[in-house]
Design a protein around this ligand. Structure first.
Ligand code: ZN
Ligand code: ZN
Length: 352
């Protein structure tokens, strides 16, 4: 095993930085050139001079950061030159347009994964495995406790829950993140839903971005418009409807007039060690729907990419231990600094 003496991508106080190409990946602060893996707020931040992302993720990025940002969308797998390196985006399967970033310099290839998942998701492009020498992986669910069932039929499960509630005259309140999770739920429900799903205002624009990219989603109506119309009329505000919204709507004044309802949360955090789901906190039900790789898929991805060295972001302890036992050169991303990199060993080539 041998590595270049300088890291192709280093961990800095502004985030992952590629010196040879002079750009950052998902920087924490404003920089000149920011490559953005996807539009979630912990990855896409305001203030940078120039943004590069995927073509299908560009609408979402602008919806989040503002129309006036200087941003360019580049198709998946199309390589482009930045400084001394060749860069390309490869699907991460996390949300629409989410990317892994492949960086090539000389004979060395590094990949920074961003958030990713391998489960099928009708709302976004499928995950692509990208061969590399060094892999920087996120590991939100990097412990063996998190393993999802792979046979789950999310659309049918949610639809059945909705119908069961509707038959009892109850509304169904389903909570999930407004970007990614909400649109995935709408895509999963598309073959089943027979009437529009009521979506919160915060979900409306993002959902339109998905439709503009050709994603097939269940029909929707703006929740606030239906509530306003219902407030004019007598009796219960809504009956037998599915509402897709953030949990904060429970504090809205009109909720007292909603009539009977049940709540559920859709998230990977809903998993129980037995593999089943449970209603967490004050929710009546939990759907285990994750937009991140589980323990098995993290390991599968690391195997597939063939990397000799792996740097792990978030929850790194268990995964690093496990990878080292399997003979891989694994480290927390915090050790990927310019100063520390030579101490990791195995260096006998010069990059610059
Ligand atoms: Zn994300
Ligand atoms: Zn993230």
């Amino acid at each position: 095993m041998s590595f270049w003496s300088n890291p192709l991508i280093a961990w800095t106080e502004k985030g992952l930085y590629c010196q040879a190409g002079d750009f950052y990946i998902d920087p924490h602060r404003a920089v000149d050139t920011a490559l953005i893996t996807h539009a979630h707020s912990d990855h896409a931040r305001r203030g940078s001079k120039k943004y590069l992302c995927t073509s299908s993720g560009l609408g979402l990025l602008k919806s989040r950061l503002g129309k006036s940002i200087q941003a360019e969308g580049i198709p998946f797998q199309q390589s482009f030159q930045l400084g001394n390196v060749k860069v390309s985006f490869h699907s991460a399967g996390h949300i629409l347009g989410s990317a892994q970033v492949r960086v090539e310099c000389g004979s060395e290839v590094w990949v920074a994964s961003g958030d990713y998942k391998r489960d099928p998701d009708p709302s976004c492009e499928p995950f692509e495995s990208v061969p590399c020498h060094t892999f920087i992986t996120e590991a939100t669910f990097g412990t063996p406790k998190y393993q999802w069932k792979k046979d789950s039929r999310h659309g049918k499960d949610i639809f059945d829950w909705w119908m069961e509630n509707a038959e009892a005259g109850r509304n169904s309140l389903l909570f999930g993140y407004s970007l990614g999770k909400a649109q995935r739920i709408l895509a999963e429900l598309a073959p089943y839903a027979k009437r529009p799903i009521l979506i919160h205002d915060s979900v409306v624009d993002l959902t339109e971005c998905y439709r503009r990219e050709g994603r097939i989603l269940a029909a929707t109506e703006k929740l606030s418009a239906r509530v306003a119309a219902g407030e004019m009329a007598e009796g219960e505000l809504l009956e037998g409807e599915l509402l897709l919204a953030p949990p904060s709507i429970l504090k809205d004044g009109w909720i007292d007039r909603l009539g009977d309802y049940r709540t559920a949360f859709a998230s990977g955090w809903m998993v129980r060690s037995s593999g089943g789901s449970y209603g967490r906190g004050s929710y009546d039900h939990g759907f285990v729907i994750s937009d991140h790789a589980d323990w098995n898929d993290l390991n599968q991805t690391i195997d597939d990419c063939g990397a000799e060295r792996v740097f792990v972001l978030h929850r790194e302890g268990r995964l690093i231990q496990h990878l080292r036992k399997r003979g891989l050169d694994a480290h927390p991303v915090s050790s990927l600094t310019m100063e520390n990199y030579p101490r990791l060993g195995g260096l006998n080539l010069r990059l610059f």
